[in-house]
Design a protein around this ligand. Structure first.
Ligand code: NAP
Length: 254
């Protein structure tokens, strides 16, 4: 376990899709640094409750909110409930909720394309838009978007996912430019392959090939990603905005 400093004392964080995987690890990490955390989930209430329990173990306040962030009314309600939970504050937004619907381009259906774009890109737009007014009013905030190396380099079988993540990166850079004068920063984290329920169905041959291209010689962990999110959410990253931090063991640059 890495040493945790408490850089987020008194902050209120909303992490979308934080019942499981990278989102859960991020929620726990932000809490260990002192933040109160809103755990958002789509359908897995039991996992969300467990995530909130883990957040609570660090002494932080936690709540769970069911919301499908690709639906405008849900995204608005989620931010509203986060503000209620935070006593009117929302300091940190992590747009983490994401899915894959992999297929080769010639076989990819419109449904597969739309499902991924609707959550991974439109969902982040909806929640970020709803969070901007309160962050502008409090003259400060942090937006961290979970992209992917697929959005940096493309990936066979993931035309929908890569396009959504590349869009999310461009969206991040634009939020950074529009919101800088209000002291709101926006950055993206682009993980490589991180074992979670999302990546579990990938064929072993694909995983082996990715590992062979990873200079650090191992897959990343959900904590490897959460560590970087916590940095970007903290005052240590006050002068960092519009950036993409790749967390992939060196694969993209290899
Ligand atoms: N794992 C990797 O290798 C990897 C690499 C690069 C980038 N990423 C990105 O990292 C993020 C998290 O991935 P993960 O691997 O941790 O995924 P995961 O284990 O599948 O967890 C996904 C989370 O998102 C939630 N979610 C799904 N649809 C949602 C919706 N419509 N509205 C709100 N929440 C929703 C799920 O809620 P329920 O539990 O209720 O279903 C769950 O908590 C994604 O954006 C993914 O693209 C992952």
């Amino acid at each position: 376990m890495t040493t945790t400093v408490r850089r987020l004392e008194g902050k209120v964080a909303l992490v979308t899709g934080s019942a499981r995987g990278i989102g859960r690890a991020t929620a726990v990490r932000l809490a260990r640094e002192g933040a109160s955390v809103v755990v958002n989930y789509k359908g897995n209430e039991a996992a969300a409750k467990e995530a909130a329990r883990l957040v609570g173990e660090s002494g932080a306040k936690a709540t769970t909110v069911q919301a499908d962030v690709s639906i405008p009314e849900d995204a608005d309600r989620l931010v509203k409930q986060a503000l209620e939970f935070g006593g009117g504050r929302l300091d940190i937004l992590v747009n983490n909720a994401g899915i894959t619907r992999d297929n080769l381009l010639i076989r990819m259906s419109l449904e597969e394309w739309d499902a991924v774009l609707n959550l991974n890109l439109r969902g982040a737009f909806l929640v970020t838009k709803a969070a901007m007014r309160p962050m502008m009013k409090q003259r400060g905030g942090r937006v961290v978007n979970i992209a992917s190396i697929a959005g940096v380099m493309g990936n066979a079988g993931q035309a929908n996912y890569a396009a959504a993540k590349a869009g999310l990166i461009a969206f991040t850079k634009t939020v950074a430019r529009e919101m800088a004068s209000r002291n709101i920063t926006a950055n993206a984290v682009a993980p490589g392959l991180i074992p979670t329920e999302l990546t579990a169905p990938l064929p072993q041959a694909v995983k082996d090939a990715m590992l062979a291209q990873t200079p650090l010689g191992r897959f990343g962990t959900v904590e490897d990603v959460a560590n970087v999110v916590a940095f970007l959410a903290s005052d240590d990253a006050a002068y960092v905005t519009g950036q993409v931090i790749v967390v992939d063991g060196g694969m993209v640059t290899a």
